[in-house]
Design a protein around this ligand. Structure first.
Ligand SMILES: [Zn+2]
Length: 155
């Protein structure tokens, strides 16, 4: 039994042999070292071949925004536009809507500016929705407040 275990151990230690087995046309840069145990792995290995440590943060490839499949719908890269959009929607709530609406307009303008300087960020539509909705709700709220003030003073 112990003899079998020994064979396994020597095999594990003899990892240097694996390097020599690699096809010569494989460039050295395609190797990656495990941050956990230092084991050398092929760069496209998802996990370390020795300890199983994840060599890459995630299976990657959700940069779909660049070709417009994902980013066209939701402007992940333009936080101002998104923020403005949601603020604009929330500004439909009475009373706090006025404050949120003003912020939505400011954020929307920033989002538009950002979309202009970073065309890949997108979010123009969201920014405009935020500006229009926010602006509308802010002016309606201000109008209501003004009318209330006038009504209060005229009594
Ligand atoms: Zn490892």
């Amino acid at each position: 039994m112990s003899g079998f275990a020994n064979i396994r151990e020597t095999r594990a230690e003899n990892t240097g042999a694996e390097d020599r087995e690699l096809p010569p046309e494989l460039p050295r840069e395609s190797m990656i070292f495990c941050t956990q145990c230092g084991e050398r792995n092929k760069e496209n290995n998802y996990q370390c071949s020795r300890c199983g440590h994840f060599l890459h943060q995630a299976p990657v490839r959700y940069e779909a925004g660049d070709d417009g499949t994902l980013g066209g719908l939701i402007p992940y890269k333009n936080e101002y536009a998104l923020f403005s959009y949601y603020l604009g929607v929330f500004s439909l709530i009475p009373l706090i809507g006025g404050v949120l609406g003003i912020i939505a307009v400011v954020m929307g303008l920033k989002g538009l500016k950002h979309a202009k300087s970073h065309p890949e960020a997108r979010g123009k539509v969201h920014a405009w929705v935020g500006i229009v909705l926010g602006g509308l709700c802010a002016s309606v709220t201000i109008l209501i407040v003004l009318l209330l003030v006038i009504a209060a003073f005229s009594n």
